[in-house]
Design a protein around this ligand. Structure first.
Ligand SMILES: Cc1cc2nc3c(=O)[nH]c(=O)nc-3n(C[C@H](O)[C@H](O)[C@H](O)COP(=O)(O)OP(=O)(O)OC[C@H]3O[C@@H](n4cnc5c(N)ncnc54)[C@H](O)[C@@H]3O)c2cc1C
Length: 616
């Protein structure tokens, strides 16, 4: 046994879900590999919302729903060693026991409930820590980390006051800081300075927390809203339901919006494509597996060196989309076998051609058009585009309601989700050629997300009700020109063949920043970069290089410094690794799970007396 007074320290920067996942793994590993000395795990979080973080803050309104069904969320991993808590419940089990609600795995619950689940789990871990392991939870922002005597010193900012020089030193640091805070672009600064100059208008660069972001907006104002993704749905709900409006079903079960009088008169959403995300609904039953985008097929591709998305991946995904669409379309048209008897893709094509001959009136499906339903450069008259979205959105909602076993569209929508786990293995650590990764990141990923990871159908129905009520107007949605009119003090959206001009009083940026280390303005990342403790990941090949926005790490999650050395003292998890890994923006415990091996590594190190392992 070592000296009981010695305290070895581990710091977790960021006490959101991923930071707490790291905490959970440390606790589990220290139980199986008991430390020789006292251990302190200190978690730093900007606010006191430990575990829930900002995204699942317990105080947020109940109409902000999670984007995946309850059955997909479980804060406890399936891997060994088991969690230290006596009863690790999945979200479904926890809600049914604790929230006076009955939910199934297919339901969507509020983010606040998820926050309560995560916070409860965090308290359980904290009260079940193994012998000699202690937790310490600090509210404040870590603004700098530097090396001191082979360990790490942390600087902290509490309520804007930088604390005096740090006295505590940490052996290990986990960066779990979540979404970045990117510096404002020149364009954003121009909007802000225009809004500052004119009392008649306003600029809202970030919509969270939604309860306060829109509090100063007067009733019946007009809004231009940049972004038509999931954040747009939150913003629109905050401006309607959050302002006292009510969604109700009429006699025909149609959802209608009853205004409160406090909401905006009109919201003009806009983006490059102008297209909203496809809604989704989870249905019970065994999900079908992909037929072409399969592990054996992908293994063949991987052995041939860096991958080209267009040449090697998209053809397989397209085949699965075609299969998914026609399999359900045929079953729904009275051919109960669907495509299940097809042996390969040629066979699928043959069967589909026969089916199309028998049912010539049935809709044809093309994966490229599915991703890009409108030609990039096609322009529309604003009203025509609005009508197009109006009718399409109604169709999307109806198809999503049917679910993937009944709707060909919903079946295709599910393909990318099913593919994404295998895709993650291909993409990570520069698996694609630099050019192909750039192409995927910039041109394809957003389109695939649009058709796959849309809002729950409940929220989409509300969007549709607002289109019907005239509050949501897609008349300026497709690549409008955004300008500022000094004379009227209004923002102007101009779009369509006839360049119709829409004056709006408020401009809202309804997007969340993407990970880009170069643009991240948080003090911590700036300092870490300047000190050379972290670097940016660059995907390189002989002739090309592509700089992603991610922190450069090893497959174990350890940072690589500016000398090219692996530093096992600092590990990273979650969003800051987006670009070297894929799809970290979830509550998943399996996807890009670095914290298990990180915690194992530390527990083994601490199972020996400090004198044996203390290096540097
Ligand atoms: C509005 C919104 C809704 C979402 N909904 C879903 C959903 O329904 N389902 C889903 O799977 N995913 C969803 N996501 C994705 C989300 O990123 C993850 O689910 C999850 O929040 C990621 O956890 P995290 O701990 O990595 O990051 P975060 O949740 O962002 O937590 C990071 C924490 O670190 C703290 N922090 C950052 N820097 C410092 C510092 N220097 N010092 C101290 N503390 C710091 C922050 O304050 C924060 O509490 C959503 C994201 C957003 C933005």
């Amino acid at each position: 046994m070592g000296d009981y007074k010695t305290i070895r320290k581990i710091a977790i920067i960021g006490g959101g879900p991923k930071g707490i996942y790291g905490f959970e793994r440390l606790a589990a590993w220290f139980k199986v590999n008991p430390p020789t000395e006292r251990i302190e795990i200190r978690i730093f979080n900007r606010t006191d919302s430990f575990a829930a973080g900002e995204n699942y803050r317990v105080g947020q309104p109940s109409w902000l729903l999670i984007n995946n069904p309850v059955g997909e969320v479980n804060m406890w991993p399936e891997e060994k060693p088991s969690p230290v808590v006596p009863l690790p419940l999945s979200l479904t089990e926890w809600v049914n026991r604790n929230e006076n609600l009955h939910v199934t795995d297919q339901d969507y619950t509020s983010r606040a409930i998820v926050g309560r689940y995560l916070a409860h789990g965090f308290r359980l871990i904290a009260s079940n820590l193994p012998d000699k392991v202690f937790g310490n939870y600090s509210v404040g922002e870590v603004t700098d980390i530097y090396k001191d005597s082979g360990k790490y010193a942390l600087c902290m900012d509490t309520n804007g006051h930088e604390k005096s020089p740090p006295t505590e030193l940490y052996d290990h640091v986990l960066l779990a800081t979540g979404h970045p805070r990117n510096r404002e672009t020149e364009e954003q600064l121009r909007y802000q300075s225009f809004a500052n100059k004119h009392t008649s208008c306003g600029y809202i660069p970030y919509i969270y927390p939604v309860e306060t972001a829109f509090k100063d907006l007067p009733p019946s104002c007009s809004i231009g809203m940049k972004g038509i993704g999931l954040t747009f749905v939150d913003a629109v709900l905050a401006l309607t339901e959050g302002k006292g409006g009510v969604f109700k079903r009429d006699e025909s079960e149609k959802l209608v919006y009853n205004p409160s009088g406090n909401e905006p008169k009109v919201i003009y959403p806009f983006s490059r494509s102008g297209l909203p995300m496809l809604p989704r609904r989870s249905v019970p039953g065994e999900m079908s597996k992909l037929k072409f985008f399969t592990k054996p097929e992908l293994q063949k591709i991987q052995t041939r060196g860096k991958i080209d998305f267009k040449q090697q991946i998209w053809p397989l995904l397209s085949q699965d989309m075609i299969y998914a669409y026609y399999d359900i379309a045929m079953k729904e048209a009275g051919f109960p076998e669907g495509l299940s008897a097809s042996t390969d893709f040629e066979d699928v094509q043959r069967t589909v051609a026969e089916y199309q001959q028998k049912c010539p009136g049935l809709k044809r499906f093309d994966p490229d058009t599915f991703l890009d339903p409108l030609q990039e450069n096609s322009t529309f008259d604003g009203q025509t585009f609005h009508q197009y979205i109006h009718s399409q959105y109604n169709f999307y909602v109806k198809e999503a309601r049917k679910g993937e076993f009944k709707s060909p569209l919903a079946a295709v929508t599910a393909v990318w989700k099913k593919a994404s786990s295998l895709f993650c293995d291909l993409y990570s650590f520069g698996g694609f050629t630099p050019e192909s990764q750039r192409y995927f990141d910039r041109s394809i990923r957003g389109k695939l997300n649009r058709v796959t990871f849309g809002p729950p159908v409940e929220s989409a129905e509300k969007m549709y009700a607002l289109v019907e009520s005239g509050i949501l107007n897609f008349g300026a949605a497709r690549s409008p020109n955004l300008s500022m009119d000094e004379k009227s003090g209004a923002f102007i959206l101009e779009s369509g063949q006839r360049s119709l001009r829409h004056h709006v009083q408020y401009l809202v940026d309804a997007r969340i920043p993407k990970m880009s280390l170069a643009d991240d303005c948080s003090k911590l990342f700036r300092k870490l970069l300047n000190r050379g403790l972290i670097t940016t990941f660059i995907n390189r090949a002989t002739q090309e290089a592509y700089q992603t926005g991610a922190v450069n790490i090893t497959p174990e999650g350890f940072v690589i410094d500016n000398q090219g050395n692996v530093n096992s003292g600092i590990a990273v998890t979650g969003t800051p690794t987006e670009g070297i890994t894929f799809d970290n923006d979830t509550l998943s415990r399996n996807r890009n799970n670095f914290v298990n091996s990180w915690a194992e590594y530390i527990s083994k190190e601490y199972a020996k007396p400090e004198t044996e392992h203390h290096a540097n």
